[in-house]
Design a protein around this ligand. Structure first.
Ligand SMILES: Cc1cc2nc3c(=O)[nH]c(=O)nc-3n(C[C@H](O)[C@H](O)[C@H](O)COP(=O)(O)O)c2cc1C
Length: 351
């Protein structure tokens, strides 16, 4: 496995994945404009490094909702890992734990929350929820997550209806009765968001009232994922959210949104210390991470890259991706004259 940079790994993943798995992993919605622009937007931001600083010792440790972690790089929630490895989400959790990275498991996983929790090796894990209309069933799942040891709940709100990907529709993942969304109500057969039967279906019609209910119903702190506006971020905090993930879902549902690199500074400044703010979308380099943290994110998440590692080399591939990004981040911090995350301040980035 070549992990000298993520471009080589991406090409290797494309070779080993089945074509329909690759299309599902790689695609964005519609014209795939946002998926591409997410990556370019980090490149457009330019660094203004400091020189002559003491950077021999560098510490990238932080806390995420009160839990100590060695790195501010998390694994974003992504569904259906059986498409990428036979041990699916269990294998991802093993790789995350080996790298010391926080893993956010998706509701759309094909592995139970208890099986994933069993692989945590003491590392914190969060659970991503697509809230289903049946509150009793949602509540029962929350109880299972708490009992299994998940430390936070990530409510995804940017996919009330699935987006549409012509590319994924031309190479569809065929549903199999053996492969089920085992944590969802009724354990339905796992279908991708781009499955033709889901076109236009209002799957997850969550609103601010649901967020208030959820914040009270669970002991886990709630993070809202999929926010692109400061006014929405502040309203989420008012409704009980302890964290906000600035995300456009990797450009997979609504195309031509703003990129996350363009709005992270504004949202982080508006939220201030009222909640933790994280960001994902197109992060592929240590320099991207340094820019995101300098602009106010407490941590970043990566979605597609761990899936490339998973498909090429299982848990050790996931581990290699996360360690590679961590190393690149440390190098970029040193080259910017920043020995700690506190030294990553907005003046490092020319916008
Ligand atoms: C294959 C795939 C499946 C995804 N599934 C989910 C999901 O189940 N829940 C969710 O909140 N986000 C999901 N996402 C979005 C990611 O959490 C994340 O926002 C996005 O991938 C970040 O962009 P990046 O891939 O450019 O790093 C998925 C992304 C991909 C690529």
């Amino acid at each position: 496995m070549d992990c000298k940079d993520l471009d080589a790994l991406e090409q290797e993943a494309k070779r080993v994945m089945r074509p329909e798995s690759w299309a599902f992993c790689d695609t964005g919605a519609d014209d795939e404009i946002t998926a591409a622009e997410n990556i370019q937007a980090w490149h457009k931001l330019k660094l203004r490094p400091r020189v002559l600083r003491d950077i021999v010792e560098v510490d990238a440790g932080t806390t995420l909702l009160g839990t100590r972690v060695r790195t501010p790089i998390m694994i974003a929630p992504t569904g259906r890992h059986h498409l990428f490895h036979k041990d699916a989400e269990r294998e991802t959790a093993r790789g995350a734990a080996a790298a010391g990275a926080l893993y956010v498991m998706s509701t759309s996983g094909t592995t139970t929350v208890e099986q994933v929790a069993a692989e945590s090796a003491g590392m914190p894990q969060w659970f991503q929820l697509y809230m289903q209309p049946d509150r009793d069933a949602t509540g029962a799942l929350l109880d299972r997550c708490e009992a299994a040891g998940f430390r936070a709940l990530v409510l995804t709100v940017d996919q009330p209806v699935p987006g549409w990907s012509p590319r994924a529709a031309r190479q569809p993942v065929l549903p199999s009765p053996d492969i089920r969304s085992v944590n969802m109500v009724g354990q339905p057969i796992a279908r991708t968001a781009y499955d033709a039967t889901r076109k236009g279906v209002v799957m997850f019609p969550t609103n601010f009232g649901d967020l208030e209910w959820l914040s009270k119903r669970t002991k886990m702190p709630v993070v809202v994922k999929g926010v692109l506006r400061a006014d929405d971020a502040l309203r989420c905090v008012d409704c009980g959210a302890k964290g906000v993930m600035v995300s456009n879902h990797g450009g997979r549902h609504l195309d031509t949104t703003v990129t996350t690199a363009e709005v992270i500074a504004e949202i982080a400044a508006s939220v201030g210390s009222a909640a933790e703010v994280y960001v994902d979308g197109g992060i592929r380099r240590g320099t991207d991470i340094v820019k995101a943290l300098a602009l106010g994110a407490r941590a970043v998440l990566v979605g597609r890259p761990p899936l490339w590692g998973l498909s090429v080399a299982g848990a050790s591939g996931v581990q290699a991706v996360m360690e590679h990004l961590h190393d690149e981040m440390l190098r970029a911090m040193r080259l910017c004259g920043a020995a700690s995350l506190a030294a990553l301040t907005p003046d490092l980035v020319k916008q």
